[in-house]
Design a protein. Structure first.
Length: 269
């Protein structure tokens, strides 16, 4: 079984996308043997009112029974936009969203902004995961109209150290770290924080090129299949699992990466 924890529908204003509707994404899933995808609406990154994008996703999924069986919707919530608490409640209780994705850089708030901490705690109290997308595109290839992905005077993209403060602030929440792109040298305390938190990375990120080493560092339960589709290709994330040598991951571990860890995070077991 394959569960993709990082996929989208909707539009990207700087690039023409393919397979970016539920119907087209489902065809892609069927072609590559993906059973379930956790999806959000890309439009929510750019709409001033993210709830409009959540409503679009809700209506698209409920338009066909075949979608509701194959897609797990995540709401896009901006915690510094007025009314976000009501939007979160509506998304979870009325629309049946099974998690939340937030975009600190696009929505211009700090990772430990009090509003962000409150949002993560509220999502935690619903028993749902909160997903942080490290980046949407490679900063070297971004449009001149897109945001600047660099951090500070060192001109680097986010790395794991940049997101750990929110994990430390709310260590009992459930976290999904998507499209992880830049490695960081962690202290023993930081490694323990990652290991002891209910947190998973997806396999779409540029940094996840040596899965065997990452499994050894963080554990077999910290990774799950993800594509970052339709912005990235559909196969790389899967190949990172299937190319693992038996000495790095036996078939039982690979099944954890294909679907087992995702099922646990998404509440499917």
């Amino acid at each position: 079984m394959l569960i993709d924890i990082n996929a989208y529908v909707g539009n990207w204003p700087f690039q023409k996308l393919k397979h970016n509707t539920c119907e087209l994404l489902l065809g892609r899933m069927n072609k590559f043997g993906v059973d379930i995808s956790a999806i959000s609406n890309l439009n929510g990154i750019f709409y001033k009112n993210t709830q409009s994008a959540n409503e679009e996703l809700y209506e698209e999924i409920r338009s066909s029974r075949k979608f509701s069986d194959r897609f797990i919707p995540f709401a896009v919530i901006n915690p510094i936009y007025a009314g976000w608490r009501d939007d979160l409640e509506t998304s979870v209780k009325k629309m049946g969203m099974k998690g939340v994705r937030i975009y600190p850089k696009y929505h211009d708030f700090g990772i430990v902004d009090p509003a962000c901490i409150e949002l993560v705690k509220r999502v935690r109290d619903y028993g749902l995961p909160v997903a942080f997308e490290y980046r949407m595109v490679d900063s070297r290839q971004r449009s001149w109209m897109d945001i600047d992905y660099v951090v500070g005077t060192t001109k680097r993209e986010w790395n794991l150290k940049d997101i750990l403060p929110i994990v430390k602030a709310v260590p009992d929440a459930k976290y999904m770290i998507l499209n992880y792109a830049n490695a960081a040298v962690l202290t023993p305390e930081e490694k323990d924080l990652v290991k002891n938190t209910e947190l998973i990375f997806d396999t779409s990120g540029r940094t996840i090129t040596n899965m065997g080493e990452f499994l050894k560092t963080f554990g077999n339960d910290k990774f799950a299949f993800g594509t970052h589709s339709p912005i990235l290709d559909y196969l790389t994330g899967q190949l990172r699992i299937e190319s693992l040598h038996p000495s790095e991951a036996d078939e039982s571990v690979k099944e954890m990466l294909r679907s087992g860890n995702a099922k646990k995070m998404l509440g499917l077991i």
